[in-house]
Design a protein around this ligand. Structure first.
Ligand SMILES: CC(C)(COP(=O)(O)OP(=O)(O)OC[C@H]1O[C@@H](n2cnc3c(N)ncnc32)[C@H](O)[C@@H]1OP(=O)(O)O)[C@@H](O)C(=O)NCCC(=O)NCCS
Length: 180
């Protein structure tokens, strides 16, 4: 998979992404709507998992780089929703789209640009019927990306994230959907 947009190249992981990915996932500002930042070891494990998923199923959250410079700027992609989470979402959707970008490039519309291209790829090349996105109810920047990518909030699908313990402040999640 290699997708080009006006300003981005979306591509599979390569070994040189390991350190800049760890920097994104270790940034408390990037991770303010997640339960924790990731340590370098945890980010490395996530990187290895992504490589394995890429090889197994052909697609997974991948790397985004700036077309002009080749600089790694974040992760974005389509992925299978883990069963436990899928079961908690109305309609039990299979595929999600998600993103985490380096703070230095926020505010330029890069995430929605990448998301629009990935949705087109998902519906076109992969032949998917529906793609959802979900996030903590308070993560308004990410919800803006979902809206800008053409997705629509489904309030009836609000859910409590099953991977967080009861009462955790980040547990309430909202769902956005888009169909082919
Ligand atoms: C969500 C995220 C990917 C947005 O990417 P982006 O390329 O900056 O997207 P946009 O430029 O379209 O900005 C989207 C919204 O982010 C917010 N935003 C933009 N610049 C920002 C900044 N410097 N600081 C804080 N928020 C900012 C605004 O609410 C903006 O909405 P607006 O365009 O209506 O003003 C990015 O903020 C990010 O990586 N966040 C941390 C990880 C995360 O929460 N991922 C989603 C988990 S579900």
């Amino acid at each position: 998979m290699r997708i080009e947009t006006d300003r981005l190249v979306l591509r599979p992981w390569q070994e040189s992404d390991r350190a800049p990915l760890a920097s994104v996932l270790g940034d408390p500002e990037v991770r303010r709507f997640y339960p924790t930042v990731l340590t370098v070891e945890q980010a490395g494990a996530q990187f290895d998992y992504a490589l394995a998923r890429q090889a197994e199923v052909g697609f997974h959250f991948g790397a985004a780089e700036l077309k002009a410079t080749g600089q790694f700027v974040g992760l974005i992609g389509l992925g299978y929703i883990p069963d436990e989470t899928r079961a908690a979402i109305r309609g039990n959707p299979a595929i999600e789209i998600g993103w985490q970008f380096d703070r230095s490039v926020w505010g330029q519309g890069l995430a929605p640009e990448g998301a629009r291209a990935l949705l087109a790829y998902g519906f076109g090349t992969l032949g998917l019927d529906e793609i959802v996105a979900f996030t903590f109810r308070g993560n308004l920047p990410s919800q803006r990306v979902m809206e800008k990518a053409g997705m629509t909030r489904d309030p009836a699908a609000d859910f409590e994230h099953p991977r967080l313990e009861l009462g955790h402040p980040l547990r309430p999640h909202v769902v956005y959907r888009i169909a082919r």
